[in-house]
Design a protein around this ligand. Structure first.
Ligand code: PLP
Length: 392
């Protein structure tokens, strides 16, 4: 039997019979209906309302990070993080080449240049040792600022992304950021519910971005949030995302060019209901990952990506590594033909024409993971007997 056939057989055993099966589908129930209806009836559907406050409070309570500011999407959250972190026109910002383009676009919005670094096989995140050696090699410190000696530009920040929900080696990366005087920002868009050493992802960065897009572990339809321990950064982030509007009983004034980035109350109502589902969805997703792991352990030539040591991953997307790119493409082709909507990794960002002028280090692990990796259907309710009952 070919490898493609063996993998499809396992997928047939694990997945329900319906077709198509998407990569990651949202799940809604009565609570979502009730809160969204209540929000509509209240008339407070836009960027002010009790659901926004409640959603922010629930994010803060769940993650243990004291300040949460809800935004219109994850990209806007990350953009705001970069601005309040002090990223300026002409700066460079380090981030992995193997991530969604939403990690890099806000760097460009803020006038800075993305500088791509390599990942590692165990966590899928940035490789700390190689980052350290690379920065030692190409940068120099002048005053409080790190400069890229090749480009002459300041290297201002490091964005660590917790890829597919697996926590990066964030404590080591935080030490490197401190040593080279870089602001540390965590892109935890994929990792709500993922923990390292009993701390939620996002606990190390000065600022962290979350996403509640429709394909994330929970959704607001669209949405995002900024998390921080720092009350002053939180205040500035909230101010900037509400058009820099000054607080006053009746006068309307603005003290900067801000952004209309606040999450509407209607989306927050959905988010509040989804937060109640989070523990159950996490349990279901971890069970699905376990079932995949056990099934694929019977095949010699593939490897199922497990959570890193000392971590609890949300397994946002389950990853299978194939022996080579040809086998990867064979599987993708065969699976799509029958309505199983598997996906490869994102095209590495340094390969996209829009980033052709961005600096990058050697990226062997990025290329390897991209060539070998296939993301498997990962919706939380795939193993439930009544799938897909969660559609309203
Ligand atoms: C989803 C995602 C984003 C962007 O979030 P949106 O809400 O879609 O704007 C950013 N980074 C990563 C890694 C993501 O997966």
């Amino acid at each position: 039997m070919t490898l493609t056939k063996s993998i499809l057989n396992i997928l047939h055993e694990i997945l329900p019979a319906q077709r198509p099966i998407g990569l990651h589908e949202p799940g809604f129930g009565d609570a979502e209906k009730a809160l969204v209806t209540d929000c509509l009836e209240s008339g407070w559907v836009s960027s002010v309302g009790q659901y926004v406050d409640r959603f922010e409070q629930s994010l803060s309570t769940y993650t243990g990070i004291p300040h949460a500011i809800a935004t219109i999407n994850g990209t806007a959250a990350l953009h705001t993080c970069l601005i309040v972190a002090g990223v300026n026109t002409g700066d460079e910002v380090l981030l992995p080449a193997l991530t969604f383009i939403g990690s890099a676009n806000p760097v460009v919005y803020s006038g800075a240049v993305p500088h791509f670094v390599d990942c590692e096989a165990e966590t899928l995140g940035i490789n700390p040792q190689r980052l350290h050696d690379y920065l030692t090699d190409i940068t120099e410190q002048r005053g409080n600022t790190c400069y890229n000696r090749n480009t002459g530009r300041p290297v201002r920040a490091l964005i660590v992304v917790h890829i597919l929900g697996h926590p990066a080696r964030i404590a080591e990366l935080a030490k490197i950021a401190a040593r080279f005087q870089l602001v540390l920002i965590e892109d935890a868009a994929e990792s709500l519910g993922s923990w390292r050493d009993d701390h939620h992802t996002g606990s190390w960065g000065q600022l962290t971005a979350l996403s509640f897009n429709g394909n994330k572990i929970i959704t607001c339809g669209g949405g995002g949030a900024i998390l921080t321990h720092d009350p002053e950064l939180a205040r500035r982030a909230k101010h900037l995302t509400t058009t820099a509007k000054q607080s006053h009983t009746w006068a309307i004034g603005h003290d900067a060019v801000g952004y209309n980035y606040r999450l509407p109350n209607l989306n927050a109502a959905l988010g509040c209901a989804q937060m109640e589902q989070l523990p159950q969805r996490l349990a279901q997703k971890r069970q699905l990952a376990k079932d995949y792991a056990n099934a694929f352990a019977t095949l010699d030539n593939v490897q199922f990506q497990k959570e890193p040591a000392n971590c609890r991953s949300n397994y946002w997307l389950n990853l299978l590594l194939l022996p080579d790119r040809e086998q990867r493409d064979q599987l993708l082709h065969a699976a799509h033909t029958e309505g199983l909507l598997l996906r490869p990794f994102w095209t590495p960002l340094h390969q996209l024409p829009v980033f052709k002028n961005s600096p990058h280090m050697n990226l062997p692990q990025t290329k390897a993971l991209f060539s070998h990796g296939v993301c498997l259907p990962s919706s939380a309710n795939l193993r439930q007997p009544d799938y897909p009952i969660n559609k309203i």
